[in-house]
Design a protein around this ligand. Structure first.
Ligand code: AMP
Length: 401
């Protein structure tokens, strides 16, 4: 259940909302894979250091936005807009359709939330639909929007799968002006007749490349067909190829594209940690991670040639299709292992840092740091193995409790 208390669900402003959200977020991230803690602060700090080089042309106070939004941003500690915010917020406030291309973790949520919420506050008839490809992302967006809309009285609902229908149905009856969700559940409500979007004149598609790619396209088209026209649209993504751009042009009006992408591929990677208590717990947690649904092709980093060999053997004994590369192997052996990995004859490659440097296998979904890297630079190199070719990757770092 996304929110436990009816009173708390009423508006974006309120006391215990974060607790409720965070509990759900944590529960969703756990998913039977052991304890996951989002180290985003640590990782994102690096992103923001890089962004500091950008000279913002605005302060939040310069924007022609509702004072309540500015006050809430100030209270959140947002003083200077990030590049994507600096460039897209004025466009959005001016009424344009916007395509924003920026790496994950660069402030996209506030980039669309400010203009969307501003219109909701200024025009009592306006309503907004925000669609994201994953439940976790939808929850994060909801949390961010809540804090930016604090004390506004605006009422929003979160429609994501894997949670009971009851509270969502109850919230929908209260006629929310903000609907945030994942495509499947939104479509479900439309088909049941419990959600009506014909008066929704603002739409945001976050991680649009994934949503128009992951088998979501028919659902997305169905959802967009239900919205009001004309409307204002926002599309955000880390990548934007021609196919996606063409699709966007079929359901928006002369969108303005803003690209502030940096080349750091690790920005494309969702990064989490896995805590373990002892050796046994560690290998069991790894096993659990490897059998979870979205794990398709994995590089596992371990410390030494011997530990790589040992882990490879352990995983092979457990029935995984795996091989190892490290400095103790001949070039031929290493190439054969890599070839099998590229062709997907095996889906796991256990490696040391040196052996894995420069590996460019575009469909690696996960990087697992079974041993903590020596330096942050090593970490960045490792993590950069996933999330290539504009795809979103995952990195899990095992940390002793
Ligand atoms: P997002 O890309 O929207 O997920 O944001 C990434 C992180 O940056 C979140 O933790 C935000 O709270 C934070 N953030 C976004 N915009 C700003 C800003 N202008 N100043 C400081 N932190 C921000």
């Amino acid at each position: 259940m996304p929110y436990n208390s009816q009173a708390r669900r009423r508006s974006f402003g309120g006391n215990n909302r974060f607790r409720s959200n965070n509990r759900n977020k944590t529960r969703n991230m756990v998913k039977g894979r052991g304890q996951y803690i989002d180290p985003a602060k640590f990782v994102r700090e690096a992103t923001f250091k890089e962004e500091e080089k950008y000279e913002s042309t605005h302060n939040f106070s310069d924007f022609n936005a509702h004072q309540l939004i500015k006050d809430n941003l100030h209270a959140k500690g947002y003083e200077i807009p990030s590049p994507i915010q600096d460039q897209t917020i004025p466009l959005g406030l001016g009424g344009s359709d916007v395509i924003g291309i920026a790496n994950t973790g660069t402030g996209k949520t506030a980039a669309f939330s400010v203009p969307v919420l501003n219109k909701l506050l200024k025009n009592p008839h306006s309503k907004a639909l925000i669609v994201a490809p994953t439940r976790e992302l939808a929850q994060q967006i909801e949390e961010e929007m809540r804090s930016i809309a604090k004390n506004s009285g605006l009422f929003g609902v979160l429609l994501i799968g894997g949670t009971p229908m009851g509270p969502q149905l109850r919230d929908l009856r209260l006629k929310p002006r903000v609907v945030i969700g994942t495509p499947g559940r939104i479509k479900d409500h439309l088909e049941r007749g419990t959600l009506h979007l014909s008066t929704f004149d603002q739409v945001v598609l976050d991680e649009v490349d994934r949503m128009l790619d992951m088998g979501f396209l028919p659902d997305m088209q169905f959802i967009l067909d239900n919205l009001k026209t004309p409307r204002q649209s926002f599309f955000f993504s880390a990548t934007m190829d021609d196919r996606v751009r063409k699709l966007i042009s079929t359901f928006s009006t002369e969108p303005v594209t803003v690209s502030v992408k940096t080349s750091d591929t690790s920005d494309n990677v969702h990064q989490n940690v896995v805590h373990f208590s002892d050796k046994n717990d560690k290998i069991e947690k790894l096993h659990e991670a490897l059998v979870s649904d979205n794990v398709k092709k994995v590089i596992i980093f371990d410390e030494t040639q011997r530990s790589v060999e040992r882990l490879n053997q352990e995983l092979a004994d457990r029935g995984f299709a795996t091989d190892a590369i490290h400095g103790g192997k001949s070039q031929g052996q290493r190439q054969r292992a890599l070839h099998k990995f590229k062709k997907s004859d095996i889906d796991i490659l256990v490696a040391t840092d040196v052996a894995a440097r420069g590996i460019d296998v575009s469909d690696i979904t996960h990087v697992i740091n079974y041993a903590i890297p020596q330096t942050y630079e090593d970490y960045t190199h490792r993590v950069g193995r996933a999330g290539r070719a504009g795809k979103i990757g995952h990195a899990l770092t095992f940390i002793s409790r």
